[in-house]
Ligand binder design. Structure first.
Ligand code: NAD
Length: 358
């Protein structure tokens, strides 16, 4: 089996390097191949997702992705910006299901912005639809003035759209995921205002008929945003559209203490996937050996479980991360009084040692 390694920009190369060290010590004999993506690829090849990178990703069983983006590319036209690489990979690999677990490790409850009793034991899985919704709907654009100048532009528009098959397949993914957990799904929509999300709700109810053992409830997105900070442990599996999922999964991330702890998986119908931390390229801390590599290391564990059929290896990594946190080591983002501050590299070394010892 082959793993494509795409570190990307900013802290991408630092955090991916630590995950690769963990992979190597597992001694599983996967073939790995690296390529440039994002701003780094734009600088070398003139495009954030060069053909060679896309071909590598398409030929691999799984992709380990760091992050892309840097403020210095903000002036580029949209199609050449680093972030387009991730959208292109999702589209070409048909990655329609994004899994973002938000787990509050008991050792980190005090790092959350909520009271410890609200987050202790938190374990939510957000399932976000990735290929539809307002991010991809057509038409979209700006109504231009004859000379194209900004001053003359009067309107901009995007189209929110979901097809029945798109909703059906993400509904199946969510209900099946719930079967492996506590058998509860909350579908988050805005059915009171948007036609698209009334349709979403109707299709969810229809698909749910095939999963009588799973409980389904519905919640408007504004209420969901509130409940996530009021009583987050009420949720188990949350399924939602692309835009609401984008926002709610970042909100859920912060409940757990740091976005530096949260892995994610984006899967297609064949369970091939792209695995990446939930955070971005953090240009503010790049190159300083202070980024938290644990989200990327935990993304590797998700890869081993979902795409490479190595659940024991995945569990070994997760246990190693828990052990390292237990021992009191912390990167700056999760540091607190009484714990030992370490850098990216040292945190990676500690996980490598714990995996080796297991
Ligand atoms: P970000 O997630 O990169 O950073 C937000 C904050 O979290 C920053 O203060 C950063 O230092 C901190 N942070 C992030 N990851 C961390 C880690 N592992 N350890 C410690 N601290 C960490 O989000 P942003 O600042 O809004 O965006 C920066 C760039 O990343 C932008 O160009 C954006 O477009 C891009 N981005 C890329 C992805 C992706 O590649 N999938 C996702 C989100 C943002």
């Amino acid at each position: 089996m082959k793993i494509a390694i795409l570190p990307g920009d900013g802290i991408g190369s630092e955090i991916v390097a630590e995950a690769v060290r963990v992979l190597e010590v597992l001694d599983l004999r996967f073939e790995t191949e690296s390529a440039l993506v994002g701003g780094a690829a734009y600088e070398a090849h003139g495009h954030p997702l060069p053909d060679s990178t896309l071909k590598l990703a398409q030929s691999a069983d799984a992709v380990l992705f760091g992050a892309v983006g840097d403020w210095k590319f903000d002036a580029l036209e949209r199609s050449l910006r680093p972030e387009q690489a991730i959208l292109g990979l999702r589209k070409h690999l048909q990655l329609f299901a994004n899994f973002r677990p938000a787990i509050c490790h008991p050792q980190l409850t005090h790092a959350s912005s909520l009271k410890p009793e609200l987050v202790a034991g938190l374990d939510i899985l957000i399932v976000r639809e990735l290929t539809g919704d307002i991010y991809f709907g057509q038409p979209r654009g700006r109504r231009l003035s004859p000379d194209g100048a900004f001053e003359g532009q009067q309107e901009a528009f995007d189209t929110m759209r979901y097809s029945r098959p798109e909703i059906e397949r993400i509904a199946h993914v969510a209900f099946q995921a719930a079967r492996k957990r506590s058998k509860r799904v909350t579908s988050v929509d805005k059915a009171n205002v948007l036609e698209t999300f009334q349709f979403w709700r109707d299709v969810m109810i229809e698909v749910h008929a095939q999963y009588p053992d799973v409980e389904l409830d519905h919640m408007y997105v504004d209420n969901a945003a509130m409940q996530l900070v009021k009583a987050p442990k009420k949720f188990d599996v949350v399924v939602t559209g692309n835009m609401f999922g984008d926002i709610l999964s970042d909100e859920a991330a912060m409940l757990t203490g740091s976005i530096g702890m949260l892995p994610s998986a984006s899967l297609n119908a064949a369970n091939r996937g792209l695995y990446e931390p939930s955070h971005g390229s953090a240009p503010d801390i790049a190159g300083k050996n202070i980024a938290n590599p644990l989200a990327t290391i935990l993304s590797l564990a998700m890869m081993l479980r979902f795409s490479l059929n190595q659940p024991e290896a995945a569990a070994r990594i997760e246990a190693a991360v828990t052990q390292v946190l237990e021992s009191g080591l912390r990167t700056a983002d999760i540091w607190s009084e009484g714990t030992q501050r370490v850098g990216t590299r040292e945190m990676g070394s500690a996980v490598v040692a714990a995996v080796k010892a297991a």
